[in-house]
Structures are given as structure tokens and as C-alpha cells.
Design a protein around this ligand. Structure first.
Ligand code: ADP
Ligand code: MG
Length: 457
């Protein structure tokens, strides 16, 4: 800038000297008195200076100011403005430059906001994202991707995809996306900390406005949960079919034998009919429990909360349990005069207690003892079902709430169990935001404790 100024200054000095020289040469033959000539030249010099400085101030300086501001704008400083108020055309130019600068800075602010929003979306996406350019270089990897495959952004960004992405499946996906220029989808699994993780990867080509391939986006979804659900569903269907198969085979076998002539013998007939009746009862129980479970699992399944009293519930289930216990000569102890108020789904709470007390009776040898007690725990109510039965081993405890899991299959079948009782209990307790605790010792007995919040939210 200084250089420019001194150059201009030199230019003006030359101009003034040249004008002075020319006027000196022109005036020299005309004016004989040198003093007069000198005075004229001095006056001319002063006038010239005044004129130049007037024009400089009025026209050159403002243009320079505007030019300087534009320089700054060009360098990317969109906060630069022409601060001087000016008149005439140059005033108009400067106010337009200011308007332009304002637009530019507004534009960059909104661009920044958009870029930030985009980064936020990419970074917080629940899917892993990778952006690859048309040459195969990685430009972006998001947080989710790093959490799936490890390493840091620096290990990926700026590298060619096949050098840094280990999975062959990812390589195929990228290659196919580039080759077919279409969406490509693959499923694969990786081992992560010894656990199998199922992933779905989608490659999507990116085109520019001239429809030329500019790269690809890879989206990686963790579908392990869905996969496990699918496995569970398949297992469940297989289990149900298996559970139904046994009684149906037996019904079919015995009825066939009856039809083939066994009905002639009254004793055999009665015996077989009893088996057919028992097996059909088993099917009915199973279907009943399946319906209860499927109702509990429905998304819209809600609990019908009402204010209830613990003693009313106990009074309702008592006859059924006593009848069951009497057959095995088991003594059942019920809580005396324990009327605690809480809000819950009455029918479902009864179902929980019936399932647990039935189990306690089923898995306790004859002449054993079963007891139900109730405790008041500030904001919760506790039901404790204890027995002096066979107990459950520690490693089986976490599994007994799984559908169709039984410690001893034959024993469970003999007691008429469906293998779904505890799965139903767990479901109901979870719907109430409650808690289940199991305390058991093999050969000594088991206590199931169920806690329901007194108030339902
Ligand atoms: N009180 C208990 N004592 C010992 N084992 C029990 C008790 N309650 C449940 N179990 C075990 O948990 C398994 C699952 O129980 P449940 O879901 O009610 O099915 P089941 O129809 O077999 O009774 C039972 O098969 C049994 O092995
Ligand atoms: Mg049971």
C-alpha cells in the first residue's frame, strides 16, 4: 500500500513539475521580470496543489477506500465495510459494495449453519456413514461407523477405501456401487469383542449435475437386534410346534388304537380315553397361555389400572390354590389381615400369584410347605412366594423366565406345566414397572419376590 502511495505521489509531483516547467517555458519569453515569473510560478504551484488535493480527496481517496474494502472481501473477510459516507456516483458504488458485503456475510453464516446441521446429522446418525470420492478416497466417516469398526477418523480419511476398510463385503459393495451406478445392498456379520454383530450395508452412488459419478455413500446399519428377534421368533414357532406335536401325536395314536378294536375292552377304552382327555387338556392349557402371552405382547396392550386391596386378591385366588395344594397334601400359608392398597391391573396380579403359587406347589414334594406373604415397602408392595421344594440351580435361575425353558422337562410336563408360566409373570411385572427377585437353594426351596409400585404412572 505504501509503495502504491509513493508511486502515486511521485506521479503527482512529476505532473506538477511538468506543468510548472511548461508554464515557465511558455511565460519565459512573455514575462521579462524574473520576479514576476517566479511569483506567477509559485502561485501556480500553490493553486495546482490545492486543485490536486481537492480532486484527490473528492475522487481518488474514496475510490481507494472502496478498492481496499473489496480487497478484503476478496480475501474472505466478509465483515469488511466502507465506513465513510460519500456523495455522488462513488457514494452509490460504496453503498452497493456494503450491501454486497452484507449479503456475502449472511450467505456464509447460513452456509455455516447448514454445514453444522449437516455435520450434526452425520455425526449423530444411528447408522455408520462413509463418503468415498470417485477415485476411491474416503472423505468422511461418522462416529457410528467408528464405533462399529474402531480406529480414528485419521485412519480412514484421505486413504483409499480398500487400504483401510478391512471387510471384503464393504469392498464388494463399493465396487458394485461404482460398477452398476445403482443402490447396492449386502448383509454380513463381523466379530466384535467375541460377539457376532450383523450388519447391513447399502452403497449409494453420488452423481453431479451432469449425471457423472462423483463417488458413493456407504450406510451401515447394525441389524443384530432384528436378527436375534428373528431367531427368537423362529425358535418360538419351532417350540410351539414341538409342544403341540407331542399331545397331538398321542391323541392320534390312542384314538387310532381305539378305532382298531381296543374300544371293545372297557378297561383299555377308559384308560385310553383318559389319556386323550388329559392330552387335549394340555393342548388347551398351552393355547390358553399362548393367547395370554400374545395379548401381553400386543403393542396396544395396556394394563387396566384400578385401586385394589391385597387381601381381596388373596381371598379371590385362595380357593383355587388350596384345591391344587390339597391334592398333594401341601400346606399353604396365606397372609392374615394384610390389607395393603395399591393400584395395578387386578386380573393380571392374580395371574402372577396363581402362576407362582402353582409352581411352588408343583415343584414341592408332597407334605411340603408353601407360603405367601406380603410386605409394605414404602412406595412398593412385595409379594413373597416361598416353598420347601426342589429348588433351582444358580445357573438355571436367569433362564427360567424364557419361554418353554424348564429345568426338568419331564417333571414340568407331569405337573401340567406349559413352560410359559414364568414368561407370563415376567411380562406382567414389567408392564407394571415392577421387579422380580429369585432366591433359591437346590433341595431346600425357592422364594420368588415380586414388587409392584403402589402408584402406576
Ligand atoms: N418354585 C419353583 N421351584 C423349582 N423350580 C421352579 C419353580 N418355579 C419354576 N421352576 C422352574 O422353572 C421352570 C419354568 O417355570 P414355568 O415358566 O412356570 O414353566 P412350567 O410350565 O414348567 O411350570 C419350571 O419348569 C421349573 O423347572
Ligand atoms: Mg409353571
Amino acid at each position: 500500500m505504501k509503495k502504491l502511495l509513493s508511486k502515486k505521489l511521485r506521479g503527482y509531483t512529476f505532473l506538477v513539475l511538468a506543468i510548472l516547467l511548461i508554464s515557465g517555458v511558455v511565460l519565459f519569453p512573455v514575462v521579462t521580470n524574473y520576479y514576476v515569473l517566479l511569483a506567477v510560478l509559485v502561485i501556480e504551484f500553490i493553486v495546482l496543489l490545492l486543485v490536486i488535493s481537492y480532486f484527490y480527496d473528492k475522487y481518488i481517496k474514496p475510490v481507494e477506500k472502496v478498492a481496499k474494502t473489496m480487497d478484503k472481501l476478496l480475501q474472505g473477510n466478509y465483515n469488511a465495510r466502507v465506513n465513510q459516507s460519500m456523495e455522488g456516483t462513488i457514494g452509490e458504488v460504496s453503498s452497493k459494495v456494503n450491501a454486497l458485503a452484507r449479503n456475502l456475510s449472511e450467505l456464509t453464516i447460513s452456509e455455516q449453519i447448514q454445514a453444522e446441521q449437516l455435520t450434526t446429522v452425520i455425526e449423530n446418525s444411528e447408522s455408520g456413514l462413509v463418503l468415498i470420492d470417485e477415485k476411491g478416497y474416503i472423505h468422511v466417516v461418522n462416529r457410528k461407523f467408528l464405533s462399529m469398526f474402531g480406529k480414528t477418523p485419521q485412519d480412514y480419511v484421505g486413504h483409499i477405501y480398500y487400504d483401510v476398510l478391512e471387510s471384503e463385503q464393504i469392498h464388494h459393495t463399493v465396487q458394485e456401487t461404482f460398477l452398476y451406478e445403482k443402490h447396492v445392498k449386502h448383509l454380513f456379520s463381523v466379530d466384535k469383542n467375541g460377539e457376532k454383530v450383523y450388519l447391513e450395508i447399502v452403497g449409494a452412488p453420488i452423481f453431479n449435475e451432469r449425471n457423472m459419478l462423483k463417488g458413493a455413500v456407504l450406510v451401515v446399519y447394525d441389524i443384530t437386534e432384528f436378527k436375534l428377534l428373528e431367531v427368537m421368533r423362529k425358535d418360538f414357532v419351532a417350540n410351539v410346534s414341538h409342544e403341540l406335536k407331542t399331545p397331538i401325536t398321542s391323541i392320534r395314536g390312542f384314538s387310532e388304537t381305539l378305532l382298531d378294536g381296543a374300544q371293545e375292552d372297557p378297561e383299555t377304552r377308559n384308560q385310553f380315553l383318559k389319556i386323550i382327555f388329559d392330552e387335549s387338556k394340555r393342548i388347551q392349557l398351552l393355547i390358553n397361555d399362548l393367547l395370554i402371552l400374545s395379548n401381553l405382547e400386543k403393542d396396544e396392550s395396556k394394563i387396566h389400572v384400578e385401586d385394589i386391596l391385597s387381601d381381596a386378591i388373596v381371598a379371590d385366588i385362595r380357593p383355587l390354590i388350596e384345591q391344587h395344594a390339597k391334592r398333594k397334601e401341601i400346606e399353604v400359608e396365606f397372609p392374615e389381615d394384610m390389607a395393603l392398597a395399591f393400584s395395578a391391573d387386578e386380573e393380571k396380579v392374580k395371574q402372577v400369584l396363581i402362576n407362582l403359587l402353582s409352581n411352588a406347589i408343583s415343584y414341592t414334594p408332597e407334605q411340603g410347605k408353601v407360603s405367601l406373604s406380603i410386605s409394605d415397602e414404602e412406595d412398593r408392595i412385595g409379594f413373597h412366594i416361598s416353598d420347601t421344594g426342589i429348588g433351582i440351580s444358580q445357573d438355571a435361575v436367569p433362564r427360567i423366565f424364557e419361554r418353554f425353558y424348564r429345568v426338568d422337562k419331564a417333571r414340568s410336563r407331569n405337573t401340567g406345566g406349559t413352560g410359559l408360566g414364568l414368561a407370563i409373570v415376567k411380562h406382567i411385572v414389567e408392564l407394571h414397572d415392577g421387579e422380580i427377585k429369585v432366591d433359591s437353594e437346590l433341595g431346600k426351596g425357592t422364594t420368588f419376590s415380586i414388587y409392584f409400585p403402589k402408584e402406576q404412572r
